[in-house]
Design a protein around this ligand. Structure first.
Ligand code: ADP
Ligand code: MG
Length: 276
C-alpha cells in the first residue's frame, strides 16, 4: 500500500446491533470537530450509515459503493469523487444501498477480489486524515475488503451478557488478513457501547476482556452510554452532536475521538500480537 498520512479504520464486529454504524458516524463527526478531514464509507448493504447521514432515498444517489466496486472490478475509471456526498457536519460519505449485497456475491469470482475496496479508495486517500469503514455484521467478502483496506480496526462491543462470544472468530479473520493480505493491520481496541451505567455488566465485560484477550485487545477508556436520544438521532439526519448537543453520548464520542487521535500510544506494544 502506498504510504499516506490518511488513517483508514474499519469499524467491525460480526454481531449486529452493537453500535458500529452509530460509532462510525459520530466518531466521524467528532474527528471533524477536531479539525480532521473525514470520510465515512458505508460498507454494509443494509445502508444504515447512508440513512443515518440523511440520505433516505436511494433514487437520489447517483453513484453508490456498488458502482465504484463494479468499476474497479471491470477495470473502468472509478468515479469516486462523483460518488462522495458532503454532510453539513463536515464529514463526507460514500453511500450504499442494497445492491451491495449482489455485488458481494459477484466478488467471489473477481480477480483481486480482496483488494477491490482498497483499489477504489486509493485515489482519494490524500484528501482525508481519516477514512472510517462501517462494516456489515458478517465476516464475508465485504468485511475482508474493509480489513484489507484498513490500517486498523475498532471493535464496538455491546454491554450485554455474552458480549465477547464470537470474538475469537473475528481475531482469526483479522490474523488471516494480516498473514495473507495486510500484514500491518492493527487492532486499535474495543469500545464498550450501549452501556447502562447502573449495571455491573460493563465492569464484568472489561474483566472478561482483560482475562481472555488482554494481550491483544485493549479496551478504550471511554464507554458509550445508552441514551434514547441517540437512537432517535438516527432518523434525524444528524449526529448526536446536532441532535443532543450536550448529552452524555455526544460527550462520550468526543472523548473517544480524542483517544483515537492520541493513537493508543501507550498500547501499541500489544496491538500487533497474535491469537493462536
Ligand atoms: P450496528 O451498526 O452494529 O448494527 P447500530 O449502530 O445500528 O449497530 O446500533 C444498533 C441500534 O442501537 C440502533 O437502533 C441504534 O440507534 C441504537 N443505538 C446505538 N447506540 C446507542 C446508544 N448509545 N444509545 C441508545 N441507542 C443506541
Ligand atoms: Mg450497522
Amino acid at each position: 500500500m502506498q504510504e499516506s498520512k490518511c488513517k483508514v479504520i474499519a469499524i467491525t464486529n460480526q454481531k449486529g446491533g452493537v453500535g458500529k454504524t452509530t460509532t462510525t458516524f459520530n466518531l466521524g463527526v467528532a474527528l471533524a470537530k477536531q479539525g480532521k478531514r473525514v470520510l465515512v464509507v458505508d460498507v454494509d448493504p443494509q445502508s444504515n450509515l447512508t440513512t443515518y447521514a440523511g440520505w433516505y432515498d436511494e433514487n437520489e444517489l447517483k453513484y453508490t459503493l456498488t458502482d465504484l466496486m463494479e468499476q474497479s472490478m471491470n477495470d473502468d475509471e472509478i468515479k469516486i469523487k462523483e460518488s462522495i456526498l458532503h454532510h453539513s457536519e463536515n464529514v463526507d460519505l460514500i453511500p450504499s444501498n442494497l445492491s451491495l449485497s449482489a455485488l458481494e456475491n459477484s466478488l467471489t469470482y473477481a480477480m483481486s477480489r480482496e483488494y477491490t475496496l482498497r483499489n477504489c479508495l486509493s485515489s482519494i486517500k490524500d484528501d482525508y486524515d481519516y477514512i472510517l469503514l462501517d462494516c456489515q455484521p458478517s465476516l464475508g467478502m465485504l468485511t475482508i475488503n474493509a480489513l484489507a483496506s484498513a490500517n486498523s480496526v475498532i471493535i464496538p462491543v455491546q454491554s450485554e451478557y455474552f458480549a465477547l462470544r464470537g470474538m475469537t472468530d473475528l481475531f482469526k479473520i483479522i490474523n488471516k488478513v494480516r498473514r495473507q493480505i495486510n500484514p500491518t493491520l492493527k487492532i486499535e481496541g474495543a469500545l464498550l457501547t450501549l452501556v447502562d451505567s447502573r449495571a455491573n455488566l460493563p465492569k464484568e465485560i472489561a474483566t472478561q476482556l482483560k482475562d481472555n484477550y488482554g494481550s491483544i485487545l485493549k479496551l478504550f477508556n471511554t464507554q458509550i452510554p445508552r441514551a434514547v436520544k441517540t437512537a432517535e438521532s438516527t432518523s434525524s439526519g444528524g449526529s448526536v452532536f446536532s441532535y443532543d448537543k450536550s448529552g452524555r453520548v455526544a460527550n462520550a464520542y468526543s472523548s473517544f475521538a480524542k483517544e483515537v487521535l492520541n493513537d493508543g500510544k501507550e498500547h501499541t506494544k500489544n496491538a500487533t500480537a497474535k491469537v493462536r
